[in-house]
Design a protein around this ligand. Structure first.
Ligand code: AMP
Length: 298
């Protein structure tokens, strides 16, 4: 729509200009003479030309408005580029943070975002779980905190994320940072390190909805499949072996939500201009529609 403005305006302008040339020469001499004889000189026939110049002026104004609007879009793009350049100097890809309470559907949206935008997905939860699995020093230190649902101390994770963000694949393809920053001091560490975020997607879902989602969730320990008693009922033959994880019990969920709210309120002020809040209560494809709206100016 925006791009059709200049074409339309230019068309209007050309049409009017050709009228200015064509009409006087095309007017039969007899008509001109008759007009003169009646005391109506060529100035009297001016109104049609005035209308034309008016249209021409409007066309010019339209073109100017379209150019100005295009300039402001380009300026937003330029701003994103400047922001990216500040991160490691030569980063081409965008840095997108995705945040939201537990069970908000971040995992599903991350899959869709990765597929559509080709970002490198960096999940601090995945990195920590991998370290726990491999029994690394970091894993041994982090395990206790993770098992109790607490946050791992920031000093264990900040340098690791900072290093990862400066690697070539991230600079080239851009990054979807999931699970970080998870505390205000982590946000502060990003700012101090000059790591600039292009967009901070914040998925919002009311606590009661999240409790309902979590409480009904069941894990099949044999296949790793996740079901929901109401939203994604399991097949009859696996029901017996399904597990209701301890961190999916109402009390545990509410306590995780309390921690989440305390932390996120201290994090968002660091990214005031980048925060894009979106409603995570609808179906995954609809939520993804909101995500793409949020990322449209990158
Ligand atoms: P997640 O898979 O993102 O829910 O993370 C699983 C667990 O890893 C969390 O409950 C925390 O214990 C820990 N964790 C993940 N990311 C962070 C982070 N940025 N800061 C501190 N702890 C984290």
């Amino acid at each position: 729509m925006r791009s059709s403005f200049p074409v339309l305006a230019a068309g209007l302008l050309i049409a009017c200009k050709s009228l200015l040339f064509v009409v006087p020469s095309a007017a039969p001499r007899s008509v001109a003479k008759a007009l003169k004889q009646d005391g109506i000189n060529s100035a009297a026939s001016q109104p049609s030309f005035d209308a034309c110049s008016l249209a021409a002026t409007a066309a010019v104004a339209l073109t100017a408005a379209a150019v100005a609007s295009r300039r402001s879009v380009t300026a937003a793009g330029r701003q994103s580029k400047i922001v990216r350049q500040a991160r490691g100097g030569d980063a081409k890809g965008a840095l997108v943070v995705i945040a939201g309470p537990p069970a908000a559907g971040k995992g599903t949206q991350c899959e869709k975002i990765k597929e559509q935008y080709g970002f490198v997905h960096i999940s601090t939860g995945d990195i920590l779980r991998e370290n726990v699995k491999n029994g690394t020093e970091l894993g041994l230190k982090a395990k206790g905190f993770m098992d109790s649902g607490a946050l791992v101390p920031s000093e264990l994770i900040v340098d690791l994320v900072k290093d990862r963000l400066t690697q070539d694949d991230v600079k080239e393809k851009g990054c979807l940072l999931d699970g970080f920053p998870r505390a205000p001091d982590q946000a502060q560490a990003m700012v101090d390190a000059g790591i600039k975020v292009d967009k901070f997607l914040l998925i919002e879902v009311p606590d009661d909805t999240l409790v309902e989602r979590g409480c009904g969730r069941r894990l099949d320990p044999e296949t790793g499949d996740i079901y929901h008693l109401k939203f994604k009922p399991p097949p009859e033959d696996v029901v017996e072996r399904l597990v209701h994880r301890s961190d999916d019990q109402e009390e545990a969920i509410r306590s995780r939500l309390k921690i989440y709210h305390e932390q996120i309120d201290g994090i968002t002020p660091f990214f005031k201009d980048q925060v894009y809040r979106l409603d995570g209560t609808s179906k995954p494809d609809e939520v993804f529609g909101l995500v793409t709206n949020g990322l449209s100016d990158l």
